[in-house]
Design a protein around this ligand. Structure first.
Ligand code: ADP
Ligand code: MG
Length: 348
């Protein structure tokens, strides 16, 4: 059974260039954590707002827990408060004049006061903030506010929780820890979640499956490892990591490139021209005065140095090396590519 279904959902805004979201189709199973990634303007927030009920689709249908909550052209639109969905906004949107406990109890309005208090305490305990119940939002750090927002969304025990860029306002050092806590919390409460972020690493660490949006279209929806190693499109390849491409031609069952030949998993007809994806972890090199490849640049990234290399054709590839390997731009090298996964795209 799917907890959430989006069936060919399209949303247009007046004056927009094209649809903000176009024929979006996806399903989320109970307990699953789905991450949606994409650059700014790709339709992430619109997708969440459609699921939450703050926007209505122009085409298609949305179902939550087996019930149609929005159908283009139909009258049975279910408003946000009746969808049983918890929402964590990017800026947390905590009520500044309410204490932490009252913020968390806010979504429990129909219950008796005692029950609200007990539930709010319980959820605050879950997020490790029981001791902060009587404080006000401005007395908390960004990470703590984030957890209060999460507690507030979880308090009514929604089947589905939506998070928009949940960690973008948290310090980088805290982010990894908070991610882990949120993941644990979603797992222990069995909550299904859809979160959006522009940060693919965040999506990779937190999500069971990752969807990649590009100009309103879902280009791929797969496990993080599949998205990274077997990207469905050149856009996905470049968005989820550094990707370079070599021109290749299928010859005798292999793909011939200027960095050597590689197996052709797709058994394309001889002579077919492709672009072969190559990642920095696939490329090694050794200094060689007679080498045909030149170091263009070194980017120090802390744990690794990423070298930009210029091949004889003028194409550039990147090579990830230990942070202690230091070679100057202009150095001639011999480059080798060892590909674990062969990913090719047709030449446009
Ligand atoms: P993201 O969250 O991925 O940055 P959005 O979903 O916010 O992207 O926006 C997708 C597209 O829809 C953008 O082109 C944006 O300008 C447009 N858009 C979003 N909301 C509105 C709105 N309320 N009115 C008009 N255009 C909008
Ligand atoms: Mg957004």
């Amino acid at each position: 059974m799917s907890l959430l279904v989006l069936d060919a959902v399209t949303k247009r805004f007046p004056g927009g260039d094209g649809p903000a979201v176009e024929r979006l189709a996806l399903t989320v199973t109970p307990g699953e954590i789905l991450g949606l990634i994409g650059p700014s303007g790709s339709g992430k927030t619109t997708t969440l707002r459609l699921i939450a009920g703050f926007e209505a689709p122009d085409e298609g249908e949305i179902m939550i827990g087996g019930r149609a909550v929005a159908r283009a052209g139909a009258r049975d639109f279910v408003p946000p408060e009746a969808r049983g969905v918890g929402i964590v906004f990017q800026d947390y949107a905590l009520f500044p004049h309410l204490s932490v406990a009252d913020n968390v109890a806010f979504g429990l309005a129909e219950r008796p006061a005692d029950a609200r208090r007990v539930r709010a305490r319980g959820v605050l305990d879950l997020v490790g903030l029981a001791a902060f119940a009587d404080r006000y939002p401005h007395e908390l750090s960004g990470g703590q506010q984030q957890r209060v927002a999460l507690a507030r969304a979880l308090a009514p025990a929604p089947a589905l929780i939506l998070l928009d860029e949940p960690f973008s306002n948290v310090d980088a050092e805290l982010r990894a820890e908070l991610r882990e806590q949120v993941r644990e919390l979603l797992r222990t409460t069995g909550t299904t979640a859809v979160f959006v972020t522009h940060d693919h690493e965040e999506a990779f660490t937190l999500a069971d499956r990752v969807g990649v949006l590009h100009a309103g279209r879902l280009e791929q929806l797969d496990a993080p490892e599949v998205v990274y190693h077997r990207p469905a499109t050149p856009f996905v390849a470049a968005f989820v990591g550094d990707a370079d491409f070599l021109a290749g031609t299928v010859t005798e069952g292999r793909i011939a490139t200027e960095m050597g030949t590689f197996p052709d998993p797709h058994r394309l007809p001889p002579g077919t021209r492709v672009e072969l994806m190559i990642r920095p972890d696939d490329v090694g090199f050794t200094p060689d005065p007679d080498g045909d490849t030149v170091i263009v640049r070194r980017d120090f990234r802390g744990p690794v140095n990423v070298y930009c290399l210029r091949l004889p054709s003028g194409r550039r590839v990147h090579s990830s090396q230990p942070s202690t390997t230091i070679l100057a731009p202009g150095t001639r090298v011999r480059a080798i590519a060892e590909l674990l996964h062969i990913v090719t795209f047709p030449v446009a």
